[in-house]
Write a protein that binds this ligand. Structure first.
Ligand SMILES: Cc1cc2nc3c(=O)[nH]c(=O)nc-3n(C[C@H](O)[C@H](O)[C@H](O)COP(=O)(O)OP(=O)(O)OC[C@H]3O[C@@H](n4cnc5c(N)ncnc54)[C@H](O)[C@@H]3O)c2cc1C
Length: 436
């Protein structure tokens, strides 16, 4: 049995999955987590009878292995659901995805979207330019009407940058591209057929998304909470924790967000330090509300492309699981994206969100907000600009030379879902197992 010492930094889903898979292979490892509990972004909190996640967190599966693992961990607490998602545009609600559900929009908008979609199809939109920027991809895939009325404003709001500044490296099937007949069908009648990888989702029947990390945690031996790693000594191969304690390592699995790494490594070479400084991301301000009335529409979430409204998405926790709100009440979340390129006024953002919830009639004039909870999520989505790949590759090369194995959404700096980070933890565990 190998005596190599494996440390894991961070007990979000990625760190937990890496530890779980290492343990399954008979390898001992220690997990260090700065918070008082494991789970990272995949946690839930209880506030006056409401259970709120850190923003909406729904499980989507593309891989049988991940589904089987989560299914085994959560057992009968895992519930499948059919997505009921909407878009608010032109003062009305239409079904998601916009590009396949134009029905209900003003006739002039439908006409423009259809004509441009037909035009781009005729011009062979499937013959894609190699490595297009995101704006070019949008125009090629959907034509200028759908681009102008939804894709460009929504994505500019979400990424906080115009699509021409982004690459398509993150797409990976996230945005469904319907056929011409599907677009036509969806513009003449309300078409309830589902599109895209997230047409179905899974969510715990009880307890919020936190049940998933909790189920992992119960099976992992050495998780040290309230242990913030404050230094990584590359020469001594040692980490220092906030208590002052030190631990040696042979392999260090890091799920700590990449931009935080330079503050932990003393004497980082200047050219490497510069690379870390070039990383870009957006942040998410999340307001969760408990409302003193039931929400009977059954909607799960809604997208908001217009720049006049501050949030890009709102969703209804209590429609994922009625156990998340006390009887006769409901709960919702809103998400506002911001970054250095597009800052927000944090003193006024809660007020703005509530005003916009009223404008969109999600909150009625007489509704009472009984509970509110905010989460300012610093690292939301890594931004895939033209420098992204080059910078990330060089950073990962430097870390790998020093036996640091990046893992997870922020540790490896990729647009990864919960399923993806569970699989990433498995990949890292196998990599170390095969080397150590
Ligand atoms: C707004 C938003 C909505 C999302 N919605 C969904 C969704 O609906 N479905 C989906 O599948 N995915 C969703 N995701 C993605 C999902 O949250 C992530 O893929 C996943 O939770 C990332 O897990 P992780 O372990 O890589 O990172 P994290 O959860 O961030 O875990 C990293 C851990 O490291 C710890 N840490 C950091 N620094 C230190 C330190 N110095 N010392 C010790 N510990 C440290 C942190 O406290 C944290 O616990 C969403 C993400 C965001 C931002």
């Amino acid at each position: 049995m190998s005596k190599k010492k494996i440390l894991i930094l961070g007990a979000g889903l990625a760190g937990l999955s890496a530890a779980w898979h290492l343990q399954k292979k008979g390898r001992d490892c220690q997990v260090f987590e700065q918070e008082p509990e494991a789970g990272g972004l995949c946690r839930s909190k209880k506030v006056n009878g409401f259970t709120f996640d850190y923003d909406g967190h729904l499980l989507h599966f593309r891989h049988r292995y991940a589904f089987n693992l989560v299914n085994k961990l959560l057992g009968c607490n895992l519930k499948p659901q059919q997505r009921n998602a909407w878009i608010y545009a032109f003062d009305t609600y239409v079904r998601y995805p916009f590009q396949a559900k134009l029905y209900g929009l003003p006739p002039s908008v439908i006409k423009e979207c259809l004509i441009d979609f037909i035009h781009t199809s005729r011009n062979g939109h499937r013959k894609k330019k190699k490595n297009p920027d995101f704006l070019t991809w949008i125009n090629q895939a959907f034509g200028q009407g759908i681009a102008r009325h939804f894709m460009i404003p929504y994505n500019t709001k979400f990424w906080t940058l115009p699509p021409q500044k982004l690459t398509c490296e993150w797409l990976d099937g996230f945005i469904p591209v319907p056929s011409l007949s599907e677009v036509i069908e969806g513009s003449v009648e309300e078409n309830k057929s589902q599109f895209g990888y997230n047409a179905r989702f899974w969510y715990p029947r009880q307890g919020g998304i936190n049940q998933l990390p909790l189920a992992f945690t119960r099976q992992i031996k050495h998780i040290h909470t309230d242990c913030r790693v404050r230094e990584i000594d590359l020469t001594k191969k040692e980490i220092k924790i906030n208590s002052g304690a030190k631990e040696k390592f042979d392999y260090l699995v890091s799920t700590i967000p990449l931009p935080e790494i330079p503050q932990l490594i003393e004497g980082l070479p200047r050219q490497v330090d510069t690379l870390f400084k070039e990383l870009k991301w957006n942040s998410i301000f999340n307001l969760n509300l408990g409302i003193d009335k039931e929400e009977n529409s059954g909607r799960h979430w809604i997208y908001f492309p217009q720049k006049e409204l501050c949030f890009f998405r709102a969703g209804f926790f209590s429609n994922f699981s009625s156990c998340l709100a006390p009887s006769g009440r409901s709960s919702l979340y809103t998400e506002v994206a911001y970054s250095k390129a597009r800052p927000i006024d944090k003193d006024n953002v809660v007020l703005r969100i509530k005003q916009d919830l009223k404008k969109t009639e999600i909150l009625g004039k007489n509704d009472t907000v009984c509970v509110q909870d905010t989460n300012d999520i610093k690292y939301g989505y890594p931004i895939y600009d033209k420098n992204y790949s080059r910078i990330r590759k060089q950073i990962l090369k430097f870390l790998s030379k020093n036996n640091i194995v990046p893992c997870g959404r922020y540790g490896s700096w990729r647009y990864l879902s919960m399923e993806d980070v569970i699989l990433d933890g498995k990949r890292v565990a196998e990599l170390i197992y095969n080397h150590a």
